[in-house]
Design a protein around this ligand. Structure first.
Ligand code: DQA
Length: 138
């Protein structure tokens, strides 16, 4: 089972960025825990602040990997290109958000990703990534 977590803009700042919303843990620390927890999964991690790099990564892995776990961050609410990329590939995509986007500003209620995703997980903090991995194992 080969899965990749793809994180979008500003998620490289987890731990420092608005800790009251996104928590105090860095993603690198959390990711090491996931690798230990899911030893049977070939788990990769990619982060970029650049929309085109995220699209290219989805295209690169999207015909061979078993699953993509995508937190497109702010691009979720703006990027037709990322939404199209999710629809273009064969690999199923699970959309994740750390915060409860439905309880935040109205512009965060819209997602260009959801229509092409297998499912959406939000509001569970970093645990959302753990739940997304489990969804591929069941
Ligand atoms: C986020 C929610 C987005 O609205 C925001 O722009 C982010 C992170 C989340 O994980 O809660 O950067 O995707």
């Amino acid at each position: 089972m080969k899965l990749i977590i793809i994180n979008g803009p500003n998620l490289n700042l987890l731990g420092k960025r608005e800790p009251e919303v996104y928590g105090k843990q860095t993603f690198e620390d959390y990711f090491r825990g996931l690798q230990l927890q899911f030893r049977e999964v070939q788990l990769e991690y990619f982060q970029s602040n650049i929309e085109g790099e995220l699209i290219s990564k989805i295209q690169e892995v999207g015909f061979t990997y078993d699953g993509i776990i995508l937190n497109a961050a702010a691009y979720t609410h703006t990027s037709v290109g990322l939404g199209d990329a999710v629809k273009a590939v064969d690999t199923p995509v699970v959309e994740v958000h750390i915060s409860n986007v439905a309880a935040r500003e109205p512009f965060r209620h819209e997602s260009y990703i959801s229509a092409g995703a297998r499912g959406v997980i939000f509001g569970f903090g970093l645990q959302g990534y753990d739940l997304a991995i489990r969804s591929f194992l069941d």
